[in-house]
Design a protein around this ligand. Structure first.
Ligand code: SAH
Length: 243
């Protein structure tokens, strides 16, 4: 069988793996991916071959997985959260066009918007959107446009990649765009190291969020005009009480 599984591991430890993800990891002969994620699951499957690559060599990693599958070995490529959300499922499927005999199966995982949302309460109870503040692959002007559109639609917004060493002020700039139309009292929250050692979170207002120094292991939630702080839980009401 020539097969690549692209597996979302969820946010942290093995308790977040779905039964489908376990089935795929079990079926694979080789586990590959970014070192941190392979190290998370390799101990569950002692003796299984692993292949790790640094963070920046995504395309090489995909090619390696497809080449290895083409030579007859089943591969599981692992990603954090969901494999399709800022993950490896898209590049694997794009490159798989060159390997018509390789079957690609994408296995869903719990993305940070959902695992982090659960930590905070229920911030995404109504329509929401997810925006990455990373401008490595998307020009910053387009990210700004998306933030403006999210603000215009009064969506709750979940921000991935809120900052990195090179991009210190992206979160502040994103908050400033939202503050053009949204009140400074808008309920916001962030969760760091979801499902991992050192998990912590905070519920605060949009004007306070502007001043936060967060890192790349953090997911940020900005409420809609309906979102409330209920005893430090971030809640976007469904509206049943008015129905
Ligand atoms: N495929 C992943 C997202 C990868 S993009 C998923 O579906 O969750 C990387 C960004 O995801 C990080 O900058 C952070 O914003 C978020 N993220 C992923 N895992 C996280 C975790 N355990 N805790 C907090 N944020 C996380």
């Amino acid at each position: 069988m020539r097969k690549v599984y692209v597996v979302g591991l969820g946010p942290g430890g093995s308790q977040y793996l779905t039964a489908e993800a376990r089935r795929a990891l079990e079926a694979a002969e080789v586990l590959c991916g970014y070192t941190v994620y392979v190290d998370l699951v390799a101990p569950l499957y002692p003796g299984k071959e692993t292949y790790t690559t640094p963070m920046t060599q995504e395309i090489d990693r995909c090619r390696w997985a497809l080449e290895t599958a083409n030579s007859g070995r089943t591969v599981a490529m692992v990603c954090s959260g969901d494999a399709g959300v800022y993950g490896m499922a898209s590049p694997v499927l794009e490159l798989a066009q060159d390997y018509p005999e390789v079957e690609v199966e994408v296995v869903a995982g719990i993305t940070a918007a959902l695992s982090g949302g659960a930590v905070l309460g229920a911030p995404l109870g109504l329509d929401f959107c997810v925006i990455s503040l990373s401008d490595l692959l998307t020009p910053w002007e387009i990210i700004e446009k998306r933030l403006e559109c999210a603000a215009a639609g009064d969506f709750a917004v979940c921000l991935y990649n809120p900052c990195s060493k090179k991009r210190r002020d992206h979160l502040r700039r994103a908050c400033e765009i939202l503050l053009r139309t949204r009140s400074g009292d808008t309920v916001c929250g962030w969760v760091k190291n979801i499902g991992r050692e050192g998990q912590c979170c905070k519920v605060l207002t949009l004007s306070k969020l502007t001043e936060e120094e967060l890192d790349m292991f953090t997911t940020v939630f900005i409420g809609s005009s309906k979102t409330q702080n209920l005893a430090d839980r971030m809640v976007t009401p469904r509206g049943y009480e008015k129905a």
